[in-house]
Design a protein around this ligand. Structure first.
Ligand code: MG
Length: 259
């Protein structure tokens, strides 16, 4: 058994498990795919079912807390805790039969992501962490060893919004000559899962939504990562999460990005 000594981390992991069960029950039924903000932004019946299950679990365990959920938005609360939920991150992968999708849950207090949990149903694994520690279904989680930027494998988030995609690719194009290479799963939480287990050295993205970054931010920090939110010269927000030595070397390149 994996002992979780932090109750918020345990709730995050169990809430994500409720979402995972809902996704597993939805597999084999019609996906009911529809689009949201852009034709590339997909949502399925499984996203909605997982979100309902997660919210029901949180309402039962933590009735006073607020919730921000990707599909249903804000649910007010009276406590200092707000839960941030991505019921199915990587919906496009899910729709195309690819395994890189995740259920991701974070707890936020005073505008800080204090704990997070990420479950990958197709891989049957999970990682969860917060200010008191980090746990995983297998292995010893932790960010990669210190390394030079030209030895680093990074991921760059690519926006789903048509007007933002060129900027995402421009940032990738600027970083690529400085690093060994990049990998991208198509799920921010799956990329951040890889950062927290040392399989990626850093994740960089612009203007991300709370449910995309929050769970992985908390988990990666608990894994020894450095997590930064910085303004770019174009006035946008950039997020850097990863091995501290790699994040420090990426920082000036991302700060000067003018997209
Ligand atoms: Mg989602």
């Amino acid at each position: 058994m994996h002992e979780l000594s932090s109750s918020l981390t345990e709730v995050a992991l169990d809430a994500a498990a409720a979402g995972e069960r809902a996704i597993q029950e939805a597999v084999g039924t019609p996906l009911e795919v529809s689009t949201k903000a852009s034709p590339r932004d997909l949502v399925t019946a499984a996203d909605h079912a997982a979100e309902r299950a997660i919210i029901a679990y949180l309402r039962e365990q933590r009735p006073d807390d607020a919730i921000l959920a990707e599909e249903s938005g804000e649910h007010p609360g009276t406590s200092p805790v707000r839960w941030v939920i991505d019921p199915l991150d990587g919906t496009t992968n899910f729709v195309h039969g690819r395994p890189d999708f995740a259920v991701a849950v974070a707890a936020e207090m005073d505008e800080e992501y204090v704990t997070g949990a990420i479950r990958r149903p197709a891989f049957g694994d999970w990682i969860a962490g917060g200010e008191v520690g980090i746990w995983a279904s297998e292995g010893s989680p932790g960010v990669s060893e210190p390394r030079r930027l030209d030895d680093a494998l990074i991921s760059v988030g690519i926006s789903l919004l048509p007007e933002r995609r060129a900027t995402s690719f421009a940032l990738l194009g600027e970083l690529l000559p400085a690093v060994r290479d990049f990998r991208r799963t198509g799920s921010a939480s799956c990329d951040l899962f890889a950062v927290a287990t040392g399989a990626l050295d850093a994740y960089v993205t612009l203007d991300v939504r709370p449910w995309d970054i929050g769970p992985g931010w908390a988990v990666a920090r608990a894994a020894g990562g450095r997590c930064l939110r910085i303004p770019t010269v174009a006035g946008r927000s950039a997020f850097l999460v990863g091995n501290p030595t790699v994040v420090d070397q990426l920082l000036p390149l991302v700060e000067s990005h003018d997209g």
